[in-house]
Design a protein around this ligand. Structure first.
Ligand SMILES: [Zn+2]
Length: 257
């Protein structure tokens, strides 16, 4: 939604927004205001960080270039996770800048590293498509026919919501609200199912996905992790030992918490 006298910026989406058969690549975002802070501090978001995340991105988009109807929350949820992260990053940047406080323990020497970095030095955005083709090793057996070539849709906001519901207690226990895609093992059949693009047409059901081989599920999980957009995991050098790759998941909405 547009608010007068706020800073705005145009952003080229990492993966286009698809509405019907049309694709839209450019959106305008604005900085966060007190109104947004109040809206996302409501009790309903206390236990629903994904909902808060989507609400914030939704509120701070003022325009989708070429789209002649109002932006809905569902459009936002249909964006890929990497694109949502890209938007959250741009919103953060226009609102509070690029300075970012981190705190992470080095796995090599056990020292807690704390400091401030400039996110722009660490974060990259990779553009790409909404879907990816994959050739399965074992394939999916549907009506005695083995299907090996399928198309996957990169995880979207809807996937994030579903993954959150399926592992809500787990996610809530993680520090720094981790919004990343669940790792393999956490990827349930229903999540794999939701990422198969042409499942109806191919006659693939959730039960069939459950019977898929581990190797195929693993390959799917690997492909899905390579989602285009902003990579939320960065590597920070340790200030005690020679380890220069301490993994840290950037909390893009830290400034609201
Ligand atoms: Zn270290």
């Amino acid at each position: 939604m547009k608010i007068e006298n706020t800073l705005e910026k145009e952003v080229e989406l990492a993966v286009a927004l698809k509405v019907g058969n049309e694709e839209y690549n450019t959106v305008t975002i604005r900085e966060v205001t007190g109104l947004d802070e109040e809206a996302v501090s409501q009790p309903i978001y206390k236990k629903n960080p994904i909902g808060l995340y989507h609400e914030l991105v939704y509120r701070c988009i003022t325009e989708v270039a070429g789209l002649d109807k109002p932006i809905t929350k569902n459009y936002i949820k249909s964006l890929t996770i990497g694109t949502l992260d890209q938007l959250a990053y741009e919103i953060r940047k226009i609102s509070v800048g690029d300075d970012y406080e981190y705190s992470e323990v080095c796995p090599e020497c056990n020292t807690r590293n704390e400091g401030v970095i400039n996110l722009a030095d660490f974060i990259q955005v990779e553009k790409g498509n909404r879907t990816i083709d994959i050739s399965l090793k074992r394939g999916i057996l549907v009506n005695d026919k083995r299907i090996k070539d399928i198309t996957l849709i990169y995880p979207t906001g809807q996937y994030q919501e579903r993954a959150f519901k399926e592992s809500a207690s787990d996610l809530l226990n993680k520090k720094n609200d981790d919004f990343s895609i669940p790792k393999f093992g956490e990827i349930t059949s229903s999540l794999v199912y939701s990422c198969i693009s042409n499942k109806e047409e191919l006659g693939i059901t959730t039960d069939i996905v459950k019977s898929m081989s581990t190797i195929d599920r693993k390959d799917i999980a690997k492909k899905l992790q390579k989602t285009p957009g902003l990579k939320q995991i960065i590597e920070i050098p340790c200030n005690k030992c020679s380890n220069d790759k301490i993994k840290h998941t950037v909390n893009l909405i830290d400034f609201l918490l």
